[in-house]
Design a protein around this ligand. Structure first.
Ligand SMILES: NC(=O)C1=CN([C@@H]2O[C@H](COP(=O)(O)OP(=O)(O)OC[C@H]3O[C@@H](n4cnc5c(N)ncnc54)[C@H](O)[C@@H]3O)[C@@H](O)[C@H]2O)C=CC1
Ligand SMILES: O=C(O)C(=O)COP(=O)(O)O
Length: 526
C-alpha cells in the first residue's frame, strides 16, 4: 500500500479520499530536518503554505511520485527540483478563488472603516465614535494588479459596489479586461490614480518587491494597499516607512515576507494597517474544495493515472483529459515501439498529429510519445513530468507537425524516429471501443493490435516466405499468436507483423534474416 504524508492541516474530506488507496500519516509542524528524515518512506506529500519543500527534501524523497499543494501558490515548492526527479506537482487552481477574493474585499472594507480597531476599542469597554471616521469605496478607483481568477472576482464585486476599475496584467487581453469592466493601464498610471491597490499576482522574480520605496512614492497620500497574494511582493520596511510618513494612507496584509510574521515594524502601526495570519483560503468551503481537489489527484497519480492540474506537466482540463486518455496510451506504445525499431540512441523524433488530433489540445501526446520512446532506457524513471527534459538532455530533437487532412481514421498518430538502426516509422489509431491498433509500419499499411512481444520483418512479397518463417519460429519453439502482412504492391516490398507469445530466443534474428527474401527483422517488447 502506498504511503501519503500530510504535513499541513487539511480538511478530513481529503484524508478520506487518500485513505481509499494509501496509508495516510498527518504530521503537521515538522521541522525541515524532521521532514528530511521521514520523507523517504512516502510516495506522496500533501501540503499547504506551511511546509517549504526544498531541493534537499525532494532529494530525500526517494519514493516520492507526487507533491500535492492544497491551494494555489506553489512558491513554497522547489518545482524545478521536483521536475528533474520526475515528481509531479499538483495544486488546486480554483478551489479557494472565492475565499481569497472575499478576504481581499473584506480587508478593503475593514481598512476603510477601521473595523478591527473599532471592534477592539468597544471590547475594551470604550464607546468612541470620533476616532474611526472612515472612507467610502463607492466611486473610488480600485487598481487590480493581476487580473487572473482572484483579481477578476474582486473586480466584479468591486464594480457592483460602484468602484471605478483599473487593472494591470501584461498577460490579459484588453477584451477580457473590458468584459470584467476594467480598463487595462500600465503600472505607473495605476499607482498614480488608484485609491485602493489590490495585489493578485504570483510571487516571481519580476513581482518580488514590486511595491517598494520608489513605487510607493508614486501613489496618492490617500491610497490604501491590500495584499492577499504573496508576501515579498511588498517590501515591508518600505511600506511601514511610507505609512509612518503619511505617504500613503494604509495597508491590509494577509501575507508576509516571512511567515509566521516575526518581529516587525508593521505590528507597531495603528489603525492604518490591518494584519491577518494568511487567512485568504481559510473558509470551510475553500478548505473542503482544495482538499478534495488535490487528494483526488494524489489518489489518481498513485493509481497510475494522470493528474488534471499538474503545474510541471502540460495542464489538462478534465474534459481534455477524458478525451486524450486513450490516445496517451497509444502515444506511449508507439513511442516505445518506434524507439526499439530505430535501435536506441534516437537523435530525432518526428511526431505527426493527424486528423482530429491535429489541434493544440493534443500537445500532451508529444510528451507521451517521448515517455514511450525513453522507456527502454529509463524504465519507471521516465514519466510525463520529466520526459521532455530527459529527451533534451539526451540530445533528442523533437519535431512536431499537424495534419488535419489525414482522414483514414478519426485521429491517428505517426511517429518517425532516427536512431542507430536508421529511420523507422509507425502509425497508430484507436479502433472500435478505443482499442489501440498499429495501422502502418515503415510506410506499409497493416492493422494489428500491439502485443507484448512482437516480431517485424521487411521482406519481398513472394510465395513461401510466410511458411519458411513459421517453420523457423516453430523450430525455436516460438508460438505465433497472430500475423499480418502489409504491402503496397503485389510482389513488391512488404512488412510482416507477428505477435508472439514469448520473447524471441537469442540468435534467432540472424537466422530469420538468412531466409531468402527477408531483408531485415526486428523484435520488440512492449
Ligand atoms: N492569501 C491566500 O490565502 C491566498 C493567496 N493566493 C495567491 O493569490 C495570487 C493570485 O491567485 P490566482 O488569481 O488564483 O492566480 P491566477 O494565475 O489566476 O492569476 C494571476 C494573474 O497574475 C498575472 N500576472 C503574472 N505575472 C504578473 C506580473 N508580473 N504583473 C502583473 N500581472 C501578472 C497573470 O497573468 C494572471 O492573470 C497567487 O499569488 C496565489 O498564490 C491564492 C489563494 C489564497
Ligand atoms: O492557495 C494559496 O496560494 C494560499 O496562499 C493559501 O494558503 P494556505 O493553504 O491557506 O496555507
Amino acid at each position: 500500500m502506498s504511503k501519503v504524508l500530510v504535513s499541513d492541516t487539511i480538511d478530513q474530506a481529503g484524508i478520506d479520499i487518500l485513505s481509499q488507496v494509501a496509508t495516510v500519516d498527518v504530521k503537521t509542524g515538522l521541522k525541515p530536518a524532521e521532514l528530511i528524515e521521514i520523507i523517504g518512506e512516502y510516495d506522496a506529500l500533501m501540503i499547504r503554505s506551511g511546509t517549504r519543500v526544498t531541493q534537499e527534501i525532494i532529494e530525500a524523497g526517494t519514493q516520492l511520485k507526487i507533491i500535492g499543494r492544497a491551494g494555489v501558490g506553489v512558491d513554497n515548492v522547489d518545482v524545478p527540483a521536483a521536475t528533474r526527479k520526475g515528481i509531479v506537482v499538483v495544486n488546486s487552481p480554483e478551489g479557494n478563488t472565492i475565499a481569497a477574493a472575499e478576504h481581499a474585499l473584506a480587508m478593503m472594507l475593514a481598512l476603510s472603516r477601521h473595523i478591527p480597531d473599532a471592534n477592539a476599542s468597544v471590547k475594551r469597554g470604550a464607546w468612541d465614535r470620533n476616532s474611526f471616521i472612515g472612507a467610502e469605496v463607492y466611486k473610488k478607483t480600485l487598481g487590480v494588479v493581476g487580473l487572473g481568477k482572484i483579481g477578476s472576482h474582486v473586480a466584479t464585486v468591486a464594480k457592483a459596489m460602484g468602484m471605478k476599475l483599473l487593472a494591470y496584467d501584461p498577460f490579459i487581453s484588453t477584451e477580457r479586461a473590458e468584459q470584467i469592466g476594467c480598463q487595462l493601464v500600465d503600472l505607473d498610471l495605476l499607482f498614480q490614480q488608484a485609491d485602493y491597490i489590490t495585489l493578485h499576482i504570483p510571487k516571481t522574480p519580476e513581482t518580488t518587491h514590486l511595491i517598494n520605496a520608489v513605487t510607493l512614492a508614486k501613489m496618492k497620500p490617500t491610497a490604501r494597499i491590500i495584499n492577499c497574494a504573496r508576501g515579498g511582493i511588498i517590501e515591508e520596511t518600505a511600506l511601514a516607512a511610507a505609512i509612518k510618513a503619511g505617504k500613503i494612507a494604509g495597508a491590509a496584509l494577509d501575507v508576509f515576507e516571512s511567515e509566521p510574521l516575526g518581529e516587525s515594524e508593521l505590528r507597531s502601526l495603528g489603525k492604518e494597517i490591518i494584519l491577518t495570519p494568511h487567512l485568504g483560503a481559510s473558509t470551510t468551503e475553500a478548505q473542503v474544495n482544495v482538499a478534495i481537489d488535490v487528494a483526488e489527484q494524489i489518489r489518481d497519480v498513485l493509481l497510475g493515472l494522470p493528474a488534471r492540474s499538474a503545474v510541471n506537466i502540460p495542464g489538462l482540463g478534465p474534459d481534455v483529459l477524458e478525451e486524450l486518455k486513450p490516445y496517451m496510451q497509444l502515444a506511449e506504445t508507439l513511442g516505445n515501439l518506434v524507439g526499439q525499431l530505430a535501435g536506441g540512441r534516437v537523435e530525432l523524433l518526428n511526431v505527426r498529429l493527424q486528423g482530429e488530433l491535429a489541434t493544440n489540445k493534443s500537445q500532451p501526446l508529444v510528451v507521451a510519445s517521448l515517455k514511450g520512446l525513453l522507456y527502454q532506457a529509463l524504465r519507471e524513471r521516465v514519466n510525463y513530468v520529466n520526459a521532455s527534459i530527459e529527451a533534451k538532455e539526451r540530445g533528442i530533437r523533437v519535431i512536431e507537425t499537424r495534419d488535419a487532412s489525414a482522414r483514414d481514421y478519426a485521429g491517428s498518430l505517426h511517429l518517425e524516429a532516427t536512431g542507430t538502426l536508421g529511420t523507422h516509422s509507425v502509425t497508430g489509431a484507436l479502433l472500435g471501443d478505443k482499442e489501440i491498433h498499429l495501422t502502418d509500419v515503415d510506410g506499409f499499411p497493416i492493422n494489428v493490435p500491439p502485443s507484448k512481444y512482437m516480431l517485424f520483418t521487411l521482406h519481398r512479397d513472394m510465395p513461401g516466405i510466410i511458411g519458411k518463417l513459421g517453420s523457423l519460429l516453430g523450430s525455436f519453439n516460438v508460438n505465433i499468436a497472430s500475423m499480418q502482412v502489409g504491402r503496397k504492391i503485389v510482389r513488391g516490398d512488404a512488412v510482416m507483423a507477428l505477435s508472439i507469445d514469448d520473447p524471441l530466443p537469442d540468435g534467432i534474428l540472424s537466422e530469420i534474416t538468412k531466409v531468402p527474401g527477408i531483408r531485415d527483422a526486428f523484435t520488440v517488447t512492449l
